[in-house]
Design a protein around this ligand. Structure first.
Ligand SMILES: CCCCCCCC/C=C\C=C\CC(=O)SCCNC(=O)CCNC(=O)[C@H](O)C(C)(C)COP(=O)(O)OP(=O)(O)OC[C@H]1O[C@@H](n2cnc3c(N)ncnc32)[C@H](O)[C@@H]1OP(=O)(O)O
Length: 721
């Protein structure tokens, strides 16, 4: 794991632990022994620590954090490096992150390739740099930079690191050669001032003011997160305490964070996000054995909000788009909107003006489907109407070349049904984007019974190309995202009918960690949008809708949102919805007594007795109903693994990353407890089918010990436990 070699007067310690050269136990051991060996070797005058392969070192092995006190050896190793009698040079290429950067800061000198990326990303997994990173970095860079870098976890480039004194030199070419040349300048120089533990924080006198400034900023930016605050406190200690005291306190804070539920959730999310794109089909095809088709040109049908947003994603990634819209006014408007969105990206420094101009050149408007004859992929994004979509797919099948993939941005409709309108069901697939498509990272790709592995591989690859987190799911009504989210929203509304107010429910869920409660989200996305969907569904089912009912087709419903619609309260766009909005601050929701009155009247008319709804009930009814549906989705193999559902909730519905997602949350609460509560709710609310307990959950909950998440799917087909 660490290759030891001697080149003339230099010992070279090469970290060799692909893919990211994480500091696993054997790497730490190898470095420790290597430093010892080099110090004992008479030929050696200096030691170079370098990384084999693509990178220097990406930090501690995150999986090892689940093993008690696994990280401890890193500090011991660090002291061995710093105490070395012979100078130690870290030669950095690729990444020097977390514990990797700490190894570099224990070293006496640091040289790097100009493309190297440096940083302390520990905070992103709910930790702080626990091997003296928070004590050493301020000694090099000063407090302001250290506070920002450590509490944000951002990666910065070699130039910035050099500017702040982290790197002694940067080079264009091979960093090992540079380190060899550099060693000639420093061999024989005194080492004491190069040992950071012997130095001081230069701007220590300003620590209180800098701390308060940084604290105010991170409290605004990272609401509810503990790690950024402890990161700052530890950097503050570096200026207020002796080195050893600050280091001991850093270790204590690290230990506190390591066992915190936030860090456990964030570490789970780190791996869940990486496991989601590793798709697998029931036929055995998977990401590793299937080659995607190269998509060079695309078409998007429909220039509404979704179509325009999807077009932005594609052109921004350098993929040409023909945007088809038969309504010329809408098309013109969409092109203006797209241009405006890209201008916004330039203002936010997310792209340059030149890139914006180039992207816009890739966009072409068209009024008929015929223009799509030669494209490699079409994404249909018209409104949610099965007949309309089938008709479009039927026409596309005739117009497009035989290799063109036909994708639908449906959020609910059966992909098999849409595919059956074509002669190429193997090339039909769902690509469900989330609004606003140019911002939301999730892409829920949906395969049908006949979708080919190549088609799946192609949409998964395209998603990655346009910067999305892709999850693959099987077709069914509403797929995974909307299907598992539906009970969450329904329970929120039922509780308003039973006694809560929209702001009560929103506040509880926001305190839980959701950035916005469901009623604020509903105002943002538009009450009229939901109303229109309900009308469409009713039309398709041949139902006549009325406001004076609590049940539809044997299911409990609430018509509260329809009543808002009838009042012309469509949400933010009309200044009134579940909340009211002042023209001076049109984004700030204000609880509205008129809404409370409407709810009271609705309850009186419907004979519903209102009661106090405790916060715990809000959380349990919203989350456990979603969890129950998620277990069904897993049981029916609509989602392949629980992590896929959690990633969908994080990136589609902004579930707090530290909470993991509904499945992870269930695992933390304990499946027995979740199941028992679901059974109680089922008895209490017999007319909501989302409370019928999932068989899979029942099986898992009846096991004598908690089954870990990675074993849940093994219980799908087992009849006994
Ligand atoms: C009481 C207790 C006292 C204890 C004493 C205190 C001592 C504490 C000491 C030290 C503390 C150190 C803290 C740390 O160093 S925490 C780790 C900091 N580093 C990171 O967070 C880096 C995370 N990784 C990344 O950001 C990226 O992976 C990156 C390195 C940028 C590479 O990106 P990319 O090329 O896109 O590759 P992937 O992300 O897909 O990763 C490839 C595979 O590698 C796995 N991986 C990556 N990083 C780690 C890691 N640090 N540990 C384990 N595994 C890692 C990743 O999961 C991928 O795996 P797979 O292919 O199976 O999916």
């Amino acid at each position: 794991m660490v290759d030891y070699s001697v080149d003339r007067n230099l010992a070279i310690l090469g970290i060799n632990n692909p893919p990211v050269n994480a500091l696993s136990f054997h790497v730490r051991e190898g470095l420790f022994n290597g430093i010892k060996q080099a110090n004992a070797d008479r030929r050696v005058e200096a030691i170079v620590i370098t990384g084999k392969g693509k990178t220097y070192c990406s930090g501690a092995d995150i999986r090892e954090f689940s093993i008690p006190s696994a990280g401890k050896g890193l500090v011991t190793l660090g002291h061995r490096i710093e105490d070395s009698d012979k100078p130690v040079i870290s030669a950095i290429h690729g990444n020097a992150l977390g514990g990797g950067l700490e190894i570099a800061l224990f070293s006496h000198y640091r040289v790097a390739n100009k493309n190297a990326k440096i940083g302390f990303p520990e905070v992103l997994i709910g930790l702080l740099p626990g091997a003296e990173g928070t004590i050493r970095l301020p000694r090099v860079t000063g407090l302001a930079f250290a506070m920002d870098a450590i509490a944000s976890g951002r990666r910065f480039d070699a130039q910035e690191a050099h500017k702040h004194g982290i790197l002694d030199t940067i080079c264009d070419g091979d960093v090992l050669q540079e380190a060899k040349a550099f060693s000639k300048k420093i061999i024989g120089q005194p080492l004491d001032q190069r040992r950071l533990s012997k130095t001081h924080v230069k701007d220590a006198a300003d620590v209180d003011i800098k701390f308060e400034e940084a604290l105010a900023q991170i409290k605004r930016k990272y609401r509810g997160l503990i790690a950024p605050i402890l990161c700052l406190k530890s950097v503050r200690n570096s200026a207020k305490m002796s080195f050893d005291e600050a280091a001991a306190e850093e270790m204590r804070l690290f230990g506190e964070l390591l066992t915190s539920s936030q860090s456990i959730g964030l570490r789970y999310s780190f791996f869940a996000e990486r496991s989601a794109p590793k798709w697998k089909l029931p036929c055995g095809a998977c990401a590793d054995n299937t080659t995607p088709v190269d998509v060079k040109t695309t078409g998007v049908i429909g220039a509404g909000t979704m179509g325009s947003g999807i077009a932005v994603c594609l052109i921004r990634a350098g993929i040409p788009v023909i945007l088809v819209e038969k309504n010329q006014k809408m098309l013109d408007q969409a092109i203006k909107t797209i241009s405006r969105i890209l201008t916004g990206s330039v203002k936010l420094n997310r792209m340059t003006e030149k890139q914006r101009e180039h992207s816009l050149k890739l966009l072409k408007g068209a009024s008929t489907l015929d223009e799509l004859a030669g494209v490699d992929m079409v994404i249909e994004a018209v409104y949610e109407n099965l007949e309309l979509k089938r008709e479009i797919f039927h026409q596309l099948d005739k117009i497009c070349k035989s290799s063109t993939l036909l994708c639908s941005n449906t959020s609910t409709l059966d992909i098999d049904n849409i595919a059956s309108a074509t002669q190429r069901p193997d090339k039909v697939v769902g690509t469900h984007f989330f609004a606003p498509a140019y911002i939301m990272r999730l892409l829920e790709n949906v395969y049908g019974t006949k979708t080919s592995p190549t088609t799946v591989a192609t949409v998964m690859e395209l998603g990655k190309r346009i910067g999305k987190i892709c999850v693959l799911v099987k077709t069914c009504y509403a797929f995974v995202a909307n299907r598992t989210n539906q009970p969450f929203g329904a329970e929120a509304s039922f509780m308003v009918e039973e006694g809560a107010l929209p702001q009560d429910v929103d506040t509880v869920l926001e305190n839980f960690g959701m950035p916005m409660g469901p009623f604020k989200v509903s105002d943002l996305s538009g009450i009229d949008v939901g109303w229109r969907i309900r009308q469409e569904v009713a039309k398709a089912l041949g139902l006549k809708l009325t406001l004076e009912t609590r049940y539809r087709m044997g299911e409990r419903i609430t018509t509260l949102a329809d009543r808002l619609y009838e009042m012309g309260r469509y949400g933010i766009k009309t200044g009134k919805g579940w909340y009211r909005y002042e023209p001076t601050n049109p984004r700030k929701p204000i609880p509205d007594p008129d809404v409370a009155k409407m709810i009271q009247k609705h309850c009186m008319d419907m004979g519903i007795e209102r009661r106090n709804i405790p916060a715990q009930e809000v959380i349990e009814r919203c989350l456990f109903s979603a969890i129950n549906e998620s277990f069904r989705v897993l049981e029916q193999r609509i989602a392949e693994k629980p992590e896929d559902i959690d990633v969908i909730w994080q990136y589609g519905f902004s579930f707090p990353r530290y909470g993991g997602g509904p499945m992870f949350y269930a695992s933390q609460v304990g499946l027995k407890k979740v199941f028992e509560k679901i059974c109680i709710f089922h008895e209490q609310f017999p007319y909501s089918s989302h409370w019928v307990p999932s068989d899979l959950l029942r099986k898992l909950a009846s096991h004598s010990t908690e089954i870990p998440m990675d074993k849940w799917t093994q219980f799908i087909s087992s009849s006994k436990l």
